[in-house]
Design a protein around this ligand. Structure first.
Ligand code: ADP
Ligand code: ASP
Ligand code: MG
Length: 459
């Protein structure tokens, strides 16, 4: 079997849904499970609803609800079969009505708990998959719509629920019976707690749902269909000349995802790595292009892609007590641990330690608690730029090229990732485009860099 996951932009209108359904239709004999995100920016609108309802802004809540209702009904109206269309339209109306009731509840108590937020956010995927399944049936495809909450089983850390992998795998095997000639349609992003309450896996979590289903059913491959030609040398929105990297190792993809390449969700890769399932990243609007294949056996070395992560803060603790003292770093990290904040990069000198975090919750409390260990300085509006590729550091010429080309850009921190596949640095947010453009030109646009769309060394 195979899993085909479509992101929000890939199902943003009936035209796009048709492209997605055509891609699935072409693989019907491979027992496909189609996993979908919410249509377009629906999840953002749902987040807006939770905020506007909680602050009592009825007008804004109404506007977002109307926009969701209209965009989904506009798609549903294009279903040709009268019978399928009317059932689908009625279901859309019913979902929107439930959503309105929840929003009214939130505006009455003027508070939206994480649990209620998840109940609201789940409607995005429930709505999109309802329409996709109806369209597939409308086109004469044997289709089964399933409810992912029946088999993605989570704890109750709402808004970022943790999946109980073994129970979910068993449930997926029990309830997602694939067969040749049938298209199964499932929601990404949503799950259910032990006590039966709807939960979500965190923003961008549909990739993770797809990988979990693929891993449970030992898929031949998981295809992530999105709005760009695969994983590229860098975000094409930042550098228009970015090119597709046709083959990537799991480590490279995981590192790229962790350091900000939104194109794949960081935790997506894990279930696939565990079961050795190849993951493809492809463009829904250009299914003729191969995109990227993430798999074992990629042995390319050198700089393979650049990632950026914005809105990072750098925290520096300075103390002469650090000199020749052991246990000091442990005390610092114990503070982060207490606040449940994870650190991305760390650099140390004899009397100071700098750490970057991309989470600005609890900064005041963090600063206060770290204050007992030394003087604390926090710099906001920083960004991490990472070069990803096997053994980058082993060739000192690469490192020399990096710093040569960045002459004049103040670099705040430099770090070699613990997995040996990245070199990361922190620069001011306003320097990101310049930094990435210079690095991209140096490593991908000059003689000796690989030509566009070339298959790189794969063994
Ligand atoms: P989807 O809605 O399909 O899940 P996302 O918006 O999550 O899509 O991810 C696709 C986007 O990721 C692209 O539009 C692109 O701007 C961004 N992106 C960031 N880094 C990269 C990269 N290295 N290669 C490709 N896309 C990237
Ligand atoms: N719809 C969810 C989001 O926008 C999940 C996803 O698209 O992966 O975050
Ligand atoms: Mg995504």
């Amino acid at each position: 079997m195979i899993v085909l996951k479509f992101g929000g932009t890939s199902v943003a209108s009936m035209l796009k849904i048709d492209q997605a359904v055509s891609i699935a239709e072409a693989s019907l004999d491979e027992c496909p499970v189609l996993v979908s995100s919410a249509m377009g920016d629906t999840t953002d609108l749902l987040v807006d609803i939770t905020a506007s309802a909680a602050s009592g802004n009825r007008e804004a809540t109404r506007r977002s609800l109307d926009s969701i209702r209209e965009s989904h009904l506009a798609a549903a109206r294009l279903i040709e079969s009268t019978e399928i269309r009317s059932v689908c339209e009625a279901d859309v109306e019913r979902y929107v009505h439930e959503l309105e009731s929840l929003a009214t509840g939130v505006s009455l108590i003027q508070e939206c708990s994480p649990r209620t937020q998840d109940a609201i956010l789940a409607f995005g995927e429930l709505l999109s998959t309802r329409i996709i399944a109806a369209r597939a049936m409308d086109r004469g495809i044997n289709t089964r719509l399933v409810d992912s909450r029946d088999f993605i089983l989570t704890d109750d850390s709402f808004t970022k629920a943790v999946v109980d992998i073994e129970r979910s795998y068993a449930a997926i095997r029990d309830s997602v019976g694939t067969s040749s000639g049938t298209l199964i349609v499932a929601q990404g992003f949503i799950g259910r707690t032990r006590s039966g309450v709807t939960s979500t896996l965190g923003r961008g979590g549909s990739d993770y749902s797809a990988a979990l289903i693929g891993a449970a059913l030992q898929a031949e491959r998981v295809e992530i269909w999105t709005d760009v030609d695969g994983i590229m040398t860098t975000d094409p929105r930042l550098v228009p000349g970015a090119r597709t990297v046709m083959h990537m190792s799991y480590d490279e993809a995981a590192e790229l995802a962790f350091f900000g390449a939104r194109v794949v969700h960081p935790s997506t890769i894990q279930p696939a790595i565990d079961r050795n399932i190849p993951v493809y990243v492809r463009n829904t609007s250009r299914p003729d292009r191969a995109g990227t294949q993430i798999h074992r056996g990629v042995t390319a070395t050198g700089v393979r892609a650049l990632a950026t992560k914005s809105d990072v803060s750098v925290i520096t603790v300075r103390s002469s007590r650090m000199l020749n003292a052991y246990g000091f770093l442990a005390q610092i990290f114990a503070v982060f641990d207490r606040h449940r904040i994870s650190v991305d990069l760390v650099t140390t000198s004899e009397v100071s330690v700098s750490m970057s975090i991309d989470d600005d919750r609890n900064l005041v409390e963090l600063q206060r608690d770290l204050g007992s260990l030394g003087t604390v300085e926090i710099e906001r509006k920083q960004a991490i730029v990472s070069l990803v590729g096997q053994d980058i550091w082993k060739d000192s010429r690469t490192v020399a090229r990096v710093f040569g080309v960045l002459a004049g850009i103040p670099i705040r921190m430099v770090s070699l990732g613990n997995s040996d596949v990245n070199l990361s640095m922190v620069v001011g947010q306003e320097q990101v485009t310049d930094t990435v453009t210079r690095l991209h030109t140096e490593f991908f646009d000059r003689d000796g860099s690989f030509p566009a769309d070339e298959v790189q060394s794969v063994r």
